[in-house]
Design a protein around this ligand. Structure first.
Ligand SMILES: NC(=O)c1ccc[n+]([C@@H]2O[C@H](COP(=O)([O-])OP(=O)(O)OC[C@H]3O[C@@H](n4cnc5c(N)ncnc54)[C@H](OP(=O)(O)O)[C@@H]3O)[C@@H](O)[C@H]2O)c1
Length: 339
């Protein structure tokens, strides 16, 4: 079977990781990435051997800076089967029209609304809904994190209500513009958008969310309280998480007490860019009392959505009909194991 030809529009935090992940798959070919400015990230893309495509308005700037380009955005569209759009949130509408006109499939990210595509994606919960689709959207890092753990629990125990507080990282590590740098900022628009975003994939789930922005860049942390429709034991819940794809249990008593040690673990595992693709659940922080389940989880916002983008490409391009087979293939290529 011919390799799926993939272009990446927007080469920032998410785009550069999706590019590396596509390049690591044996059934995909990275045609190129786009840049609007000839900055250090453009030079790094060149160093990695990636072809760069630019908007018409940027051609001159790249020529003046002496950074070689392979063509314009339209040239890239002509060479690809699918574009993974990793541009900043809320610019998607303009690009959706361009992709449609060029006749290429497109995946958007969680900064765009569900309404932009009408289909949202998570590998475990609804892989098949994007099968052959022209457009889809990989939900945000927090929503992906909630789906990875709530979906398998709901499947076995049917969740009656889930109450989640999200402690959000203020900015990504490479971002020096955003804050707060010393403070905690509650989201006063309640309930927050995260619950409805989970419902774009699990519409039947009663979920309420609140969020606080904290002065850290490493990871988000969620506190989850879920009312189950039947009693469960703490050990049964641990077993579900142990088996759930892209969920990793860690123990506070082994020294992983904070997100800092999780990032150290990712570095020790030798992951590309020290990424932690899995959702981290503190095993010794899982507790069931009667029908009420409590747990904490941490989300590496820069990387948890990367494997979902790869699976979404396979579903939309009809390359693998079995969700589990796609997840296994992506995991193997990215070094995601249960050990
Ligand atoms: N960062 C996260 O934690 C995270 C997690 C999950 C999902 N997401 C979602 O992923 C998407 C991308 O986020 P990100 O964090 O990767 O953003 P980012 O780091 O700001 O990267 C976006 C890149 O797009 C380029 N760009 C800016 N305006 C553009 C335009 N009009 N056309 C084409 N390219 C443009 C910029 O590069 P140049 O202008 O220099 O070319 C920039 O580096 C958003 O929807 C976001 O909500 C982000």
């Amino acid at each position: 079977m011919a390799k799926i030809k993939v272009g990446i529009n927007g080469y920032g935090t998410i785009g550069k990781r999706v590019a590396s992940a596509v390049a690591a798959q044996d059934d995909m070919e990275l045609v190129g990435v786009t840049k609007t400015r000839p900055n250090f990230e453009a030079l790094n893309a060149v160093r990695k051997g990636y072809d760069i495509y630019v908007p018409d308005s940027s051609v001159e700037a790249f020529r003046d800076a002496g950074v070689k380009i392979a063509g314009t955005l339209k040239d890239m569209y002509a060479k690809v089967d699918i574009v993974v759009d990793c541009t900043p949130g809320n610019v998607g509408e303009m690009y959706r029209d361009q992709y449609k006109e060029a006749g290429v499939k497109a995946i958007f990210q969680g900064g765009e609304d569900h309404a932009l595509t009408g289909i949202s994606f998570n590998s475990t919960a609804n892989y098949s809904e994007s099968w052959g689709a022209q457009l889809s959207r990989v939900v945000s890092c927090n929503t992906t994190g909630l789906l990875r753990t709530l979906y398998p629990i709901d499947k076995k125990y049917k969740i009656e209500n889930a109450y989640v507080t999200i402690v959000r990282r203020a900015a990504d590590p490479g971002d020096s513009k955003n804050g707060p740098i010393n403070g905690l900022e509650p989201s006063v628009s309640l309930p927050t958008h995260h619950g409805p975003d989970v419902q774009s994939i699990m519409p039947w789930l009663n979920i309420s969310t609140m969020a606080i922005k904290a002065s850290t860049t490493l990871m988000h942390v969620h506190t989850v309280v879920a009312q189950l429709s039947q009693p469960a034991s703490t050990d049964e819940i641990k077993e579900i998480f142990r088996k759930a794809p892209r969920v990793r249990l860690v123990r506070s008593k082994d020294g992983i007490k904070t997100t800092a040690q999780i990032m150290e673990l990712a570095r020790d595992l030798g992951r590309d860019r020290s990424d932690m693709y899995e959702i981290i659940v503190w095993e010794d922080g899982i507790k069931v009392v009667g029908n009420t389940l409590y747990y904490y989880q941490a989300v590496h916002q820069e990387s948890d959505v990367i494997p979902e983008n790869i699976d979404c490409i396979r579903s939309m391009c009809k390359a693998e009909s079995d969700p589990c087979a796609s997840v296994r293939k992506t995991n193997a290529a990215l070094g995601i194991t249960k050990e």
